[in-house]
Design a protein around this ligand. Structure first.
Ligand code: 5U1
Length: 678
């Protein structure tokens, strides 16, 4: 094959692979299947094996990579990397425009507006189209040689190619390296899964990734590069405006996000207002926009003042990070009893809002940050993201700072706080008694599979709490004594009151399993409650059960066993349980496990049964001690298959799980004394 055709094919494959790499790693939006990617990759590899002499320097098949460095070399920038002056409001923006107009009287001024990325500025050197060097901004005069690392950035051309434009002998491109939001979240999820420290924000993640001495680590990070300017071009590109030069860079494969040209500073302000609203929807973090005089001759006339161009300015969004001090740490009790530490801060403006409270998530986070009362902290807020404490400054720690400990008692109800080993969250053991947990406890208690008190959970619970009629779930059984008060609730008429009271009365006759489930003990769902009822038979036996006995109960794991112990050790819970029983809640004795021939077995019911619903079949099996699961596995004891049984039947047959049709199932149930009317 003609060499030029081979090179053209290689270049095309490299370009397509680079695009897909960018979509996959950086944007987190794959555009092709993995298998298709592999196919293209192997096509390229095959071409390189046939024509090794034509292998392109930027091929993605070269996975050897450079050796880890012991340090970065220092490089002096030939053209210093400038900083930008900042403006923060319309007045300051107008002042910037006025200064320009004064220096360029009677001239038409156009402004090029770009996003101000919250990343790291770098400079890239291309000699005869080949990327030879990448350097950090550093102090603007000298930076660090990060060539091997920048070569791993997927949307950055390692070789300049264009069918339309001649490749310059020398091109120095400036731009920003960052990690787009989607890639950042994916990276943090990955780090968390591996038990490694997550990055506080995309900027830190980009900086940490770019300054790795081992480029193999950088390669795994979803970095992206967006070009915003040309420091040198030989021969000159000859463009009159910055906007044209940015579009020209696209010819070579550079990405440069959107930029806009405006004829007046008022329109620039409108763009700022628009971007302020769109900021949280952008795929990248920005901290403002950059406003530049578009015409390059005018830029040259305007020149510089103290190392910043007169022709450009950063129009910043309100600060997203600020320093403040921790005044106190309160513990909030959630609806499920979780204790969350909340730092009360000296109020500070961050990202346009005043922040005075920040959640610290859990005691582990407090230890990780080593935050103490009196500490100075950085509070970070980006877009619409909830503010968080990003960093503690131990160097500013006052001598009388106070360490933070997990409280021993719930701040709301004084019940002991528990935190089982291996758990990240501490909880109040007050359960039914704790006011903070009351509404959820009530909703759960009255739900259909618990005490089944119709209407109370969704319709009346909140109003009853406001009227102070429900301090705990046991008060439900005393509501009949408060008819007058009940009638004051909006939309609660005589009929509703009577219906509610009837429903409460009816719920007193229940099953032991439903009662246990209704108590809302952590980890005790419907099935576990039934197993506990079958195993312990009486409330007294369950209350007094020790850890070993609980652990031996089918469906009760080690942690749940501890939670059950915690629940019955809290005096408040015992008091509520006693009051419930005293109010008249009762049940028939559960079927003893000795009379439960299917005790602990896992059964599955599938397909359409003609004589009953699947719920009824499930109840029959559960009454005999079986556990009814939704999926077939090797552990399934038996599958009950009705009409149109589908994939579960196929799986059971594959695994050799016994299958009963409806007839055989009914016959077996009858043998065990279960029939449709029992
Ligand atoms: N988008 C953009 N960011 N940024 C940063 N353009 C841009 N231009 C810069 C800097 C420091 O400097 C030029 C004005 C030289």
């Amino acid at each position: 094959m003609d060499q030029t055709i081979v090179v053209a094919q290689m270049r095309q494959l490299i370009q397509v692979l680079a695009q897909h790499n960018h979509a996959y790693y950086v944007m987190d939006q794959p555009t092709i299947e993995d298998s298709e990617y592999d196919q293209l990759f192997h096509q390229l590899k095959a071409l390189e094996q046939q024509h090794p002499e034509l292998t392109q320097p930027d091929t993605p098949t070269n996975t050897v990579g450079a050796k880890a460095l012991s340090k970065f070399e220092t490089i002096t920038h030939v053209v210093p990397m400038l900083s930008l002056g900042n403006v923060f409001d319309q007045q300051e923006l107008n002042d910037f425009a006025r200064r320009i107009e004064e220096r360029l009287p009677n001239q038409k001024i156009q402004y090029d507006v770009e996003l101000k990325f919250d990343g790291l500025a770098i400079s890239l050197w291309y000699e005869h189209g080949v990327l030879v060097r990448g350097v950090t901004r550093g102090d603007g005069e000298t930076g660090e040689d990060i060539t091997e690392n920048v070569k791993t950035i997927r949307n950055l051309p390692k070789m300049l190619c264009s069918d339309n434009v001649p490749i310059p002998e020398l091109l120095e491109v400036r731009g920003e390296v960052l990690i787009p939001k989607a890639g950042f979240n994916k990276l943090n999820r990955h780090l968390k899964k591996k038990g490694e420290k997550e990055f506080a924000n995309p900027r830190n993640a980009a900086a940490g990734s770019l300054r790795q001495l081992d480029s193999q680590i950088t390669k795994t990070r979803p970095l992206a590069f967006y070009a915003y300017g040309i420091a040198q071009c030989k021969p000159s590109h000859g463009f009159k405006t910055i906007a044209e030069s940015l579009d020209w860079l696209k010819e070579f494969g550079f990405e440069n996000y959107d930029h806009w040209v405006f004829d007046s500073i008022e329109d620039v302000q409108k763009k700022y207002d628009e971007l302020t609203n769109q900021r949280s929807d952008l795929s990248v973090e920005i901290d403002g926009m950059v406003v530049k005089v578009n015409n390059i001759d005018q830029q040259l006339k305007l020149g510089f003042v103290s190392r910043a161009p007169r022709w450009a300015v950063a129009y910043k969004f309100p600060a997203v990070a600020a320093l403040t001090t921790v005044e106190n740490i309160d513990w909030q009790v959630g609806r499920t009893g979780t204790l969350t530490p909340v730092a009360r801060l000296n109020p500070v403006a961050v990202g346009g809002v005043t922040v005075s409270n920040v959640t610290l998530h859990n005691i582990g986070e407090i230890h990780r940050l080593d935050v103490r009362l009196g500490d100075t902290v950085s509070v970070y807020r980006s877009g619409d993201v909830i503010p968080k404490v990003e960093k503690v400054w131990p160097e500013f720690r006052p001598v009388d700072s106070v360490e933070v400990h997990l409280p021993e008692q719930c701040p709301v109800c004084d019940s002991p706080v528990v935190m089982p080993e291996g758990e990240a969250l501490a909880r109040c053991s007050g359960g039914l008694y704790c006011a903070a947990q009351r509404i959820e406890a009530i909703r759960h208690f009255v739900s259909r599979k618990a005490m089944d008190i119709e209407g109370l959970g969704d319709r009346w619970a909140e109003s009853l709490l406001h009227l102070d009629l429900l301090k705990d779930v046991a008060d439900i059984y005393h509501l009949h004594a408060h008819r007058e008060k009940l009638l004051t609730i909006e939309k609660m008429g005589e009929k509703s009151v009577q219906n509610l009271i009837d429903s409460i009365e009816k719920s007193k006759k229940t099953s032991f399993a439903s009662f246990i489930f209704a108590l809302g003990i952590r980890g005790v769902g419907e099935t576990t409650a039934r197993m506990l009822a079958n195993t312990f038979q009486t409330l007294d036996a369950l209350r007094n059960a020790d850890l070993d006995a609980l652990k031996k109960t089918p469906d009760v794991g080690d942690i749940t066993a501890e939670w059950i112990i915690d629940f019955f050790q809290a005096p408040h819970n015992l008091e509520v349980v006693d009051r419930l029983i005293a109010a008249g809640i009762h049940w028939d004795a559960p079927i003893a496990p000795t009379r439960q021939p299917l005790n602990g077995e896992s059964w599955v019911v599938t397909g359409t049964l003609s004589s009953m619903g699947r719920d009824e079949a499930t109840q029959m099996l559960q009454a005999l001690g079986a556990r009814v699961s939704g999926s077939v596995s090797a552990k399934t004891k038996c599958l009950v298959a009705g009409e149109k049984a589908g994939s579960k039947l196929d799986k059971a047959e594959k695994l050799g799980v016994p299958v009963l049709d409806e007839q055989a199932f009914l016959a077996l149930m009858a043998e065990y004394g279960q029939s449709l009317d029992t």
